[in-house]
Every structure is written in C-alpha cells, then in structure tokens.
Design a protein around this ligand. Structure first.
Ligand SMILES: CC(=O)SCCNC(=O)CCNC(=O)[C@H](O)C(C)(C)COP(=O)(O)OP(=O)(O)OC[C@H]1O[C@@H](n2cnc3c(N)ncnc32)[C@H](O)[C@@H]1OP(=O)(O)O
Length: 448
C-alpha cells in the first residue's frame, strides 16, 4: 500500500488567537466534519472563516455537499476532525483519478502526498467526489478578484410586512453591508439601517409601485370574493411592471443588490442599462407589493429570454416562479423567438424550469393527435429544442435513432406522468392581460 494512504488528515491541535478551549482549532480552508443544524447529521464542511466569541473560536462553515445558503456559524463542539480513511468506493480505480500517480491518494484538500497534481486531475477528483469545484477555475466565469466574499454579511431583511432570513453575501455599500438587519422600502427598494428612517421615507413617498410601465394586470377577484390576503384566494390580483435599467438605474441596482442576497451566482449589480426588469407584484388597497422579478437583456445575440429570476422567500412555493417563467415565454412568443434561461441555473432554478418545461410539454403531448416533431413542439411552446430533448429524455419519451431524436410519446406513459401534474396549483399567464408588443429590434420598443 502506498505510503500515507492510511493516515488521518488531522489539523494541528493547538490553541491560537486567545481561544480558551481544549478543542482542536481549525484553519480557514481546512476540511472537517460538522453536525448540521438543518438535519442533525454529520456532513463534511470546509472552514471558510473563524472569529473569537466569548473566548472561543466560532467557525463559518460551508457544507460541501449542499448549497451555500446553508453555510452557517457553528461552535467548535459541532466540528470534528475529518479523517481520511480508505473506503471501498475510494479504492475503485474508476473513481480515483490518482491511480496513475503511483497509487498515492489525493487528499480532500487537493494535495497529493508529496506529489504535484495537475489542475485537470484535481478538478476531476472534486467532481467525482462532489467536492466544490475550485472556484478560481472559472466554472461560472468568476475569477479570484471578482468572486464575492463567501461569508454572509446581512442576516435579515425587513421587506413590506415580511422579515426574511438572507441566504448569501450581497455587496451593499458600507455601512449598510455590516448590519445584521436591513430595512427595505418595498416600493423604491431603498435600504436603511433603522426602521424609523424607513418610516420617515415611506411617509414622504407618493408612489406605491415599481418605476415602470404596468404591462400586465390580472383582473380583480370576482364580486363578493375577499381581496387576496396571502392564501385565501387561489388567484391573487397580479401586476407586472417593465422597468428599464437605463431609466430607473438606482431602482434596478437596488433590485440586483436585494436579489444577490438570494442568488449565489449573480454578478450583475451596477451595469443595469442593457437590461429590462419584469417586476411582479401582488396588488391590494395599499399598493403593489413586489413578490419577484426576472431580468432580460434588451438585445441578446443568444437565445436567452431570461437572465436572472427571483421569487422573494416569503412568497416562494406558491407558483409565482413558474408564473414568471411562463411570462418570459409569453414575451418570447410575441417576439417570435424561442428562448432559454441564461446558464448556469441554480438548484432551485433547475427544479423550477424542469417543472415548467415538463408540465407544458406533457400538456402538448396529451393534446396532440399522431406524430409530433421537436421543431413543432418548440414552435408551439417557444421552448428551445435542446431543453425539450433533455426534458423528454428525463421522462423516457424520446428515442435516439439514426442520429436523430424522435419523440416517442406512448399515451399511457404520458398520462402516468401527467397524473403528477394534474393537481398542481398553476397561476396562468393570461395573454389578454398582457399589453406589450415588441418592436422589430428589441433594443428600442414602443409602448403599446
Ligand atoms: C437563470 C437563473 O436565474 S437561475 C437562478 C434561479 N433563482 C434562484 O435560485 C434564486 C432563489 N430562488 C428563487 O427565487 C425561487 O426558488 C425560484 C424563482 C427559483 C422559484 O420560485 P418559486 O416561486 O418558489 O417557484 P414555484 O412556486 O413556481 O415552484 C417551482 C418548483 O420549484 C419547487 N421548489 C421551490 N422551492 C423549493 C425548495 N425550497 N425546495 C424544493 N423544491 C422547491 C416547487 O415545488 C416547484 O416544483 P413543482 O412544480 O414540481 O411542485
């Protein structure tokens, strides 16, 4: 057996920086195990940062098999030394890119015992073992300078009648970036450190909607039905505003700062001129309450019909995300261009688009008589062909034959899949409520 393979990878158990316990200390960048608060189980973590609190270290950890929104500060008692011991799966040649390196084992931090590892091997190892891919490698176009700090700064935002825990770091300017709780105006998206300053701002404010054109307005509830109160009525009155990044620059920049709190891979904050923002609001007697938005490039050489999408956490899992996605495809329909979201998709973005595509395609297949091609499906739904192929592959409704993908929609299989979607709560986009026409060039659009 190669030297070093069986050895535990242990951090130096020494006291540092005034910490007083006998617990081993951990360095930023080190791997450890941690008892996670989200499921009470042990997970592998990377130590991102540490600070001294009441004489002991506390650590900011990233669960390497989970999304960064679960990153958290933990006390040393929750951490354990991560010991690298041989496991059957690690000994398999097909999962070990290091076999060619003289049988030495790549340590979880990416070092091979006394050997140099190529970048490609390190990446392959990280992918095979679901470790975070080296973030300076440019997976999402980030490099060292542009990647934001990884420790969450603002913990809570108050927005309208909701208080929401944040998920990620956002580059709000100082001194706002260092507060625990930020107060936001839900109409202007301006941010405040103190509630009384927000209230003074609201008292002087005479608009109660986003600064753009209301291009979509669903009808009010039928007579006798109470106004939407957050769950009583399945179809809340909804409006969508088109906000131009060039005309309402500060609002759109504030929107990007807010959405960064919930979007890990977002890089756009200040250069908002080339984008239009479609801001979705619930309407009531007090005004228009923003629930989410998506952005779209004014002039896009690719097929992208949506750059970033967000539903604020207080409004998530009510069908608003799929409404926004359907809205983006309705705009594509009016433009006469198929569309697809900009990549990469987040985990929640993937789930939401997959769910939207599946439902729409199953609906098509249920109604179609005889054979249908991918091109016909794409023309009918405005969904890009590649997204159709991948979705139908996942459902087992497509075959690859003589170099071509052929839809093979057995009605029984379609019906089986559809049964899962039939009772879903869907907020439909009503084309009759959308007052929007594209101009021949998408860069300059005339209002209807
Ligand atoms: C191109 C891009 O911008 S990718 C980035 C996407 N945006 C983000 O990740 C920002 C943070 N996330 C969000 O804002 C939201 O989760 C969104 C926009 C992705 C979805 O918004 P929601 O209003 O929750 O969407 P909606 O209620 O329509 O649900 C969509 C699907 O996602 C599922 N879903 C939503 N949240 C969760 C969750 N936390 N866990 C598991 N599934 C979830 C829903 O169950 C639903 O699936 P189903 O149709 O099979 O039941």
């Amino acid at each position: 057996m190669a030297e070093g393979r069986d050895e535990d990878v242990r951090p130096p158990a020494r006291q540092q920086g005034g910490a007083s316990t006998s617990q081993p200390t951990f360095e930023p960048g080190q791997k450890a195990t941690c008892l996670a608060s989200f499921d009470g189980q042990q997970h592998m973590v990377e130590i991102i940062d540490r600070r001294v609190e009441r004489g002991d270290f506390i650590y900011y950890v990233h669960y390497t098999d989970r999304d960064r929104r679960l990153d958290e500060w933990v006390t040393a008692e929750k951490l354990g030394v991560w010991a690298l011991t041989p496991r059957p799966s690690l000994a398999r040649a097909d999962t070990l890119p290091t076999v060619s390196l003289g049988g030495d084992l790549l340590s979880p931090t990416g070092d091979v015992n006394n050997l140099k590892v190529t970048r490609r091997l390190k990446r392959k190892y990280e992918e095979t073992h679901h470790l975070p891919v080296d973030e300076h490698g440019g997976d999402h176009g980030h490099d060292k300078e542009h990647h934001p700090p990884r420790v969450k700064n603002i913990q809570v935002v108050e927005f309208g009648r909701y208080e929401m825990d944040t998920w990620y770091y956002s580059p709000y300017p100082e001194p706002y970036a260092s507060v625990n709780k930020l107060y936001l105006c839900e109409y202007t998206l301006k941010y405040f450190r103190k509630k009384k300053t927000l209230l003074r701002h609201l008292a002087k404010l005479d608009i109660r909607h986003p600064p753009g054109d209301e291009i979509y307005r669903s009808p009010p509830p039928p007579p006798g039905q109470p106004n939407y109160t957050g769950g009583a009525v399945t179809k809340p009155p909804i409006s969508v505003f088109e906000v131009d990044g060039k005309k309402a620059k500060v609002y759109c920049q504030n929107l990007c700062l807010l959405s960064k709190l919930f979007l890990d891979h977002k890089t756009l904050y200040y250069d908002v001129d080339p984008f239009l923002f479609y801001v979705m609001c619930e309407r009531d007697q007090h005004g228009y309450h923003m629930v989410g938005y998506f952005s779209k490039e004014k002039s896009c050489m690719e097929d992208y019909n949506l750059a970033c999408i967000l539903t604020l956490p207080a409004y998530q899992r009510k069908g608003y995300g799929k409404f926004l996605i359907a809205f983006a495809y309705e705009l594509s329909r009016r433009e006469g261009r198929v569309g697809t979201p900009e990549r990469p998709l987040s985990d929640l973005g993937t789930v939401s688009f997959r769910s939207y595509w599946t439902r729409v395609l199953l609906e098509q297949l249920r109604n179609v008589k005889g054979d249908v091609s991918i091109k016909e499906m794409s023309d009918a739904t405005m969904i890009r062909a590649q997204d159709i192929v991948e979705t139908l592959q996942g459902l087992g409704l497509i075959k690859y034959w003589k170099g071509t993908h052929l839809i093979h929609a057995d009605p029984r299989v379609v019906q089986e899949h559809w049964a899962k979607y039939a009772h879903q709560r869907v907020i439909e986009v009503d084309p009759a409520c959308l007052h929007w026409q594209p101009l021949p060039t998408t860069t300059a659009r005339k209002r209807p």
